[in-house]
Write a protein that binds this ligand. Structure first.
Ligand code: IPE
Ligand code: IPE
Ligand code: MG
Length: 242
């Protein structure tokens, strides 16, 4: 078991399309294989002692993909929410959603609400699914709500702190991610958790998401365990403390 496990792991599950193309398959087949990979790995992640797992499954910008691909993704989400999440939930996982859900088909929005209503407060794992999510969109929406509250006299402009701003984001109930893993080889954030990842450790792997397994997870966790997180401070050479 790896020491120094992140409390919150965030993953950009990227590379489904290229995984499929490399096999002469349509992109949709890559998304299906990606959903299978997720089913297999979610339990292993919880077993590592990770308490929060945030998965970037569909960005706000992904709505701009061809309708055929968006439809296939909606069908996979439908299936995942209906069947695949059940096992995890039975094993004491709470399910949360971040992102603008208003554009999703009504039945998927209903499934999201049903999961959220079921959540017990003391879950072993908090699974946070980012669907229709965009970091700038989240910050803008939060800023608008905060401005409304200032206008209504609920809070004064002078008392706005970083913690107050955080509490207006979709992630208000969760700690910031300690580790981000992005599969698929791209080294960018693609509008994911921009505010929350100020001091997150980043790990990029060329492995396409459908091939992500316990071995790759272990590699990422081992790399994380050796990182020296300083948060802008300087450590005392002798004591190793700040
Ligand atoms: C990630 O894989 C899944 C989603 C964005 C929904 P991609 O579909 O982006 O796969 P690549 O990056 O084109 O290979
Ligand atoms: C990021 O991947 C979004 C998800 C994995 C859901 P994209 O494939 O959409 O990102 P870009 O276009 O390569 O930046
Ligand atoms: Mg991609």
């Amino acid at each position: 078991m790896t020491q120094n496990v992140p409390q919150h792991l965030a993953i950009i599950m990227d590379g489904n399309g290229r995984w499929a193309t490399a096999r002469g398959l349509p992109r949709e087949a890559g998304h299906k294989a990606g959903a299978e990979a997720l089913k297999k790995i979610a339990r292993a992640i919880a077993d590592k002692g990770i308490k929060y797992l945030t998965l970037y499954a569909f960005s706000k910008e992904n709505w701009n993909r061809p309708q055929k691909e968006v439809d296939a993704l909606m069908n996979l989400f439908r299936q995942y929410l209906k069947e695949d999440l059940t096992d995890l939930s039975k094993q004491n996982a709470a399910i949360h959603f971040i992102g603008d859900r208003t554009r999703f088909p009504a039945d998927i929005q209903q499934q999201m609400a049903t999961w959220e209503a079921k959540n017990a407060p003391h879950a072993q794992l908090h699974l946070i699914l980012a669907l229709g999510y965009g970091g700038r969109d989240e910050i803008t929406t939060g800023a608008k709500r905060l401005a409304e509250d200032v206008k209504a006299g609920i809070i004064s402009a002078e008392s706005i702190t970083e913690d107050v701003m955080s509490s207006y984001l979709a992630t208000a109930d969760f700690p910031d991610p300690d580790l981000l893993i992005r599969t698929g080889g791209e080294c960018r954030l693609s509008n994911f958790l921009l505010w929350q990842m100020a001091y997150t450790e980043l790990y990029f792997t060329p492995v396409f998401w459908p091939d992500f397994d316990e071995k790759v997870l272990e590699e990422a966790l081992t790399a994380y365990a050796t990182r020296d997180r300083r948060f802008g401070r300087v450590k005392d050479n002798e004591t190793g403390t700040f």
